[in-house]
Design a protein around this ligand. Structure first.
Ligand SMILES: [Zn+2]
Length: 256
């Protein structure tokens, strides 16, 4: 395998370590660390071909994100209830987004199942749309149930007032791959709108390997962040949203 100079220019610590190892051993470098991104040859339209494990990105029929057709959301499902709590955590730049990883952030009841919150992260522009309407940025709150199922609460943002709950996170995002500890504990409740009314659909990870079986709960009510906060994120990630995926007859439900 040849060494890609474009990748080299975006190098990361782990990448250099792999490269050094590869050069020393003469081995095919960075095995298992496939480079993917949001543009060009490694962009979303090619994710499914980059590596065997990413095939679902191409052949999956229940992929995320989607443009939610609100009128088709007729079935009503249980309201979301949360038992989040302030938790220690880390602000991580993983090369694809800024993630706030929570040590012990509590849980949410989603569709009658208790899910523990693991982390939240951001996409710009927002990945989901509602009736074709887009938003400048969204947060995905990622949860896992005791039996290993994933559920994501999506929070949409409009540009407006400064988001005080995200002040520390957005002021301390690592510009390069890496992480810093949160100085103040973070409570996921603080970035929820007052109404937890939602649209729900069954989707996938929106990043490789695009695994399916992920339940999405997209909150109807957007919240706000300031233009400065949005620009601070865009300085680190200009664009990190997967394009919309076909609905393929999936049913949308909603709850209040
Ligand atoms: Zn996401």
């Amino acid at each position: 395998m040849s060494i890609n100079l474009i990748n080299l220019s975006k190098a990361k610590h782990t990448f250099f370590a792999s490269l050094a190892l590869a050069l020393l051993s003469g081995a095919c470098f960075a095995e298992g660390a496939v480079q993917w991104g949001y543009e060009g040859k490694v962009g979303p339209s090619n994710w499914g071909s980059l590596e065997k494990e990413f095939a679902t990105c191409k052949v999956g029929q229940m992929q995320a994100p989607i443009d939610i057709p609100s009128k088709s959301a007729t079935a009503v499902t249980a309201p979301i209830t949360t038992k989040y709590k302030a938790s220690a955590g880390e602000i991580i730049n993983n090369g694809h987004t800024i993630q706030v990883a929570l040590a012990d952030g509590g849980s949410a009841m989603l569709g009658g199942v208790d899910y523990k919150i693991l982390q939240l992260h951001f996409h710009t522009p927002a990945e989901e749309k509602i009736d074709g309407k887009g938003f400048p940025i969204n947060a995905h709150l990622v949860h896992k149930s005791a039996d290993g199922k994933l559920a994501v609460i999506g929070v949409l943002f409009n540009e407006g007032s400064e988001n005080k709950s995200l002040k520390e996170v957005f002021a301390n995002m690592p510009a390069k791959e890496g992480k810093v500890a949160l100085k103040s504990n973070f409570d996921a409740t603080s970035i929820l709108p007052s109404s937890l009314a939602y649209y729900s659909y069954s989707g996938s990870l929106t990043t490789p390997p695009c695994s399916e079986g992920v339940s999405f709960y997209i909150l109807k009510a957007p919240i706000e962040l300031s233009k400065d906060q949005l620009n601070a994120f865009k300085k680190v990630f200009k664009m990190n949203a997967r394009p919309l995926q076909p609905l393929n007859g999936r049913k949308i439900t909603q709850g209040s």
